[in-house]
Design a protein around this ligand. Structure first.
Ligand SMILES: Cc1cc2nc3c(=O)[nH]c(=O)nc-3n(C[C@H](O)[C@H](O)[C@H](O)COP(=O)(O)OP(=O)(O)OC[C@H]3O[C@@H](n4cnc5c(N)ncnc54)[C@H](O)[C@@H]3O)c2cc1C
Length: 329
């Protein structure tokens, strides 16, 4: 087999690297050092998503795969980056009329621990869910980089064009999708802003979602997010973003907080946050389109890709890059 080069060390490239490492196959991983969206991501995993309160059909399976994957790495380097969490999903009175049945007997019912009123959100109905988690993405990337640097297989730098004598795997995130070279993607990348706040009075141990989300990250700090914008993707944090995030923080957590950080990133989105992986040409492979669910999908998608490259195993059709382009045609 030709030498393997992974380009990009966000969640996609890092999980791909771990899969090669678990299989005992040598590789090099190269990253430009420009912060991608993984550096910004809150790493949330929760069963009931979106305004429609849906549960992805593959959620339970992917969550189990993700937990096993991250726990294996935690054990290997003696650290913690996976944090299981219960979730408050807040429903407005209007939402209760239309959606409560989904939690009582519908798609989300098996994830519900209770439905109640909470003094903190007197106008809302609070649904308590199991199955949430937070991946500390920044920590996961850091321990992985340190580990692979110690094995001499990580290098910081720009990757030159793919070489004929190597097998290159592009894990370039939104940057790669927007560049449109060597492949013209039809992307729907979305810019997002996020706050880190310090709020000792909030004393919230659960993730809270509904009109945004907040998640405890330790030492009385919380991440609060996130905005979605589909234009001017290159812009960094904005004053409008700050205003909206402050409103979310106030509603979900309370009035007393101090902003510690305000960041922006671009989610790599191809089709409803469903990733795409596979072969582009003889020496070139890709894993991208992790969307807003990179923490959940990266372990599964990268394992599928690595098994495909090493064993010729067919990938699940929902992931396969060939079916992505066939559907575009
Ligand atoms: C505000 C916000 C909040 C989010 N919250 C969550 C969340 O709660 N849960 C969740 O699961 N996901 C979340 N996401 C989404 C998550 O960030 C993405 O799904 C995931 O990080 C994408 O990972 P990636 O590796 O594909 O891309 P990236 O993280 O962007 O990594 C790509 C890397 O490739 C490098 N690169 C690109 N081109 C080259 C080149 N030619 N040579 C060398 N290096 C190169 C870049 O520098 C970068 O480091 C969020 C995103 C945003 C913006």
């Amino acid at each position: 087999m030709k030498p393997i080069v992974i380009v990009g060390m966000g969640l996609a490239g890092t999980c791909t690297a771990w899969n090669f490492w678990h299989r005992g196959v040598p590789f090099r991983i190269v990253d430009s050092g420009r912060p991608g969206s993984s550096v910004v991501a809150a790493g949330l995993i929760h069963p009931v998503t979106g305004k429609q309160c849906t549960v992805a059909p593959d959620f339970a399976v992917r969550r189990e795969q993700a937990e096993t994957f991250y726990r294996t790495i935690e054990a290997l380097v003696s650290t913690q980056c996976w944090h299981p969490l219960e979730v408050w999903r807040l429903l407005s009175q209007e939402e209760v009329k239309k959606k409560i049945s989904r939690f009582e007997s519908g798609v989300a019912a098996s994830w519900v621990l209770g439905i109640e009123k909470q003094a903190r959100w007197p106008e809302e109905t609070a649904v308590l869910l199991r199955g949430g988690a937070r991946l500390d993405v920044a920590h996961f990337l850091q321990i992985s980089r340190d580990f692979f640097a110690a094995q001499n297989c990580y290098r910081q730098g720009e990757c030159p064009l793919p070489q004929q004598n190597e097998l290159t795997i592009l894990c370039e995130g939104a940057e790669g999708l927007m560049r449109g070279n060597p492949v013209a993607w039809r992307h729907r990348c979305a810019r997002g802003e996020i706050l880190t706040v310090h709020a000792p009075n909030w004393r919230q141990e659960r993730m809270v979602t509904g009109r945004g989300w907040l998640v405890p990250v330790g030492q009385d700090c919380y991440k609060v997010g996130a905005t979605y914008e589909w234009d001017q993707l290159e812009r960094g944090p904005t004053t409008e973003g700050m205003k909206r995030l402050r409103e979310m923080a106030q509603f979900l957590g309370g009035p007393d907080f101090e902003v510690v950080a305000h960041e922006a990133g671009v989610r790599p989105i191809l089709r409803q946050s469903q990733p795409v992986a596979g072969r582009l040409d003889e020496n070139l492979y890709v894993l991208n389109g992790l969307g807003s669910k990179g923490s959940l999908y990266a372990p599964w998608a990268s394992e599928q890709l690595v098994n495909h490259i090493l064993d010729g195993k067919e990938m699940e059709s929902t992931l396969c890059v060939a079916s992505y382009f066939a559907n575009l045609a």
